[in-house]
Design a protein around this ligand. Structure first.
Ligand code: NAD
Length: 497
């Protein structure tokens, strides 16, 4: 990709360790306790900024502000006015795209070449939901006594939405939660990850600049155990939309029962990719590699279980390893870099433990498998893109979400066996298939238990297409019409004629 600006110069001028307040009721404020937390650049361990470490009382203030806005001026905004706001926000996000991307790269390590490439999708979400704001409707229902009684449904905003997001895609995750809230007339309290809150705050500023009334969006920075937990249990929150790990999703579902708030969960995965014997390997190798190595494996849809037809397994893993060895690894602020760091030391240590477990359990290392410390990488959290071959289904690396750049390649003999093994996981977020046989593609897409199945491609996500998980990868969908329903209640109205 050609980049027409100097990301490093932009990065040097940004943040400089300064305090970044959070947004409650239209005001930019510190935590009421005065507590702070640090934003650290994972590529070099340097302090980027300080942030409020919001506590329960800050969440309470944000929920109050959201309720006041919901019942106040925001309720009088017409759909076309909410639409106009979303379109203004889309324009501002587009105009500030480079700044948002540099901020994301600094805060969570995804290379700038990749953050910049997301523009169409992210701005598209805002414009897609702008369109939907004027297309909300219930339906007239033909009941059993038509003519005597008229019945129809109305779609109404669910109310105050608590949104809790992870660190690995702060811009897309924030916008994917906020845009439908604005389209439907809800208000929102966003709790970004403590690992990556800077860009969501920047997005909050753009929304204010676009003219969003005070309290419609509130952003409380803080930890999951403090601010996140309070938001999940808060009796004034009508709905939680959550993206993050399965364990946290379960904790949120438990915390939500107090007021039976609605919950939708986008959780973890252990996604299979099936490479059939007739696959076009020139296409399959790079796509299967980046199905994991994009964002150094820190993506929920990482296709980390690679089932390869036995007679091409050896050739495939060799070509995959060659591809992995050619990737350029380093500080993603350099536009030439393909792979950035892991988010923090803890995550890098976790991935190293998975690699040790693979050795102990008898997997064959084809490439990678180590921490990278040369050429200045020692101050960041870098792990070489790794391929293990001859992995068995019962090995730890084949069962658990690693969230690191590790591919487990596993040979299979029959398609039936591949499908069964691919489905043999508690997760069901995504799956990939590579084949030239259209009939086989249809057969596999219908049999794989996953919320998204890609054929001869991977990673595609679009504002108009629903995305979400089956089984322990969560419930609810983001994207498309179904996403709006997550923010709406259905009211039945009866009229005696
Ligand atoms: P995480 O579950 O640790 O944290 C996610 C968010 O939840 C953060 O904002 C965190 O502060 C908050 N949180 C933590 N504990 C909480 C609690 N007890 N109550 C309320 N909130 C709490 O996940 P992470 O490490 O930030 O992200 C990685 C995980 O997210 C992976 O499992 C990945 O698969 C998943 N993920 C899923 C999707 C998807 O769309 N399905 C997308 C991205 C990431």
């Amino acid at each position: 990709m050609t980049i027409s600006f100097d990301p490093r110069a932009k990065a040097d001028a940004m943040y400089k360790g300064a305090f970044q307040p959070m947004l409650i009721g239209g005001d930019w404020v510190p935590a009421s306790s005065g507590q702070v937390m640090e934003a650290i650049n994972p590529a070099n361990g340097k302090l980027l900024a300080q942030l409020p470490r919001g506590q329960a009382e800050d969440v309470d203030a944000a929920v109050d502000a959201a309720r006041k806005a919901l019942e106040g001026p925001w309720s009088r905004f017409k759909p076309y006015e909410r639409q106009a706001l979303l379109l203004r926000i889309a324009d501002l996000v587009e105009q500030n795209w480079e700044t948002l991307c540099v901020s994301d790269t600094l805060d969570m390590g995804l290379p700038i070449s990749r953050t910049l490439a997301n523009k169409r999708r992210v701005v598209g979400m805002l414009r897609f939901y702008a369109g939907m704001a004027t297309a909300l409707h219930g339906e007239m229902i033909e009941n059993s006594v038509p003519g005597e009684v008229v019945s129809f449904t109305r779609k109404e905003p669910i109310g105050v939405v608590g949104a809790i997001i992870p660190w690995n895609a702060p811009t897309a995750s924030s916008i994917w939660k906020i845009a439908p809230a604005i389209a439907t007339g809800c208000t929102i309290v966003l709790k970004p990850s403590e690992e990556a809150s800077l860009t969501p705050l920047m997005i909050g500023k753009l929304m204010q600049e676009a003219g969003l009334p005070d309290g419609v969006i509130n952003i409380v920075t803080g930890t999951g155990a403090e601010a996140g937990a309070r938001l999940s249990e808060h009796p004034g929150v009508d709905k939680i939309v959550f993206t993050g790990s399965t364990a946290t999703g379960q904790a949120i579902a438990r915390a939500s029962v107090g007021n039976l708030k609605r919950v939708s969960l986008e959780l973890g995965g252990k996604s299979p990719v099936i490479i059939c014997a007739d696959a076009d390997l020139d296409r399959a190798v790079p796509v299967a590699a980046m199905a994991v190595y994009a964002h150094s494996g820190q993506i929920c849809i990482a296709g980390s279980r690679l089932f390869v037809a036995r007679h091409i397994h050896e050739e495939f893993v060799e070509r995959l390893a060659q591809y992995a060895r050619n990737l350029r690894i380093g500080d993603g602020i350099d536009p030439e870099i393909d792979l950035g760091p892991l988010i923090n030391r803890r995550q890098a240590g976790k991935v190293e433990k998975f690699i040790v477990s693979a050795h102990d359990e008898g997997a064959r290392l084809i490439t990678g498998g180590m921490r990278l410390t040369d050429n200045g990488l020692d101050s960041g959290n870098f792990i070489a893109p790794t391929v293990f071959g001859d992995v068995r289904d019962d090995m730890t690396i084949a069962r658990e979400e690693i969230f690191g750049p590790v591919i487990s390649a596993m040979p299979f003999d029959t398609i039936e066996e591949a499908v069964q093994r691919a489905n043999n996981t508690p997760y069901g977020l995504a799956a990939g298939v590579f084949t030239r046989d259209l009939g086989m593609a249809h057969k596999l897409t219908s049999r794989l238990r996953a919320g998204s199945v890609w054929v001869n491609m991977y990673h595609a996500i679009d504002p108009a297409v629903p995305f979400g998980g089956m089984k322990m990868s969560g419930y609810g969908r983001e994207g498309g019409r179904e996403h709006l329903d997550e923010y709406l209640e259905t009211k039945a109205v009866w009229i005696q004629t």
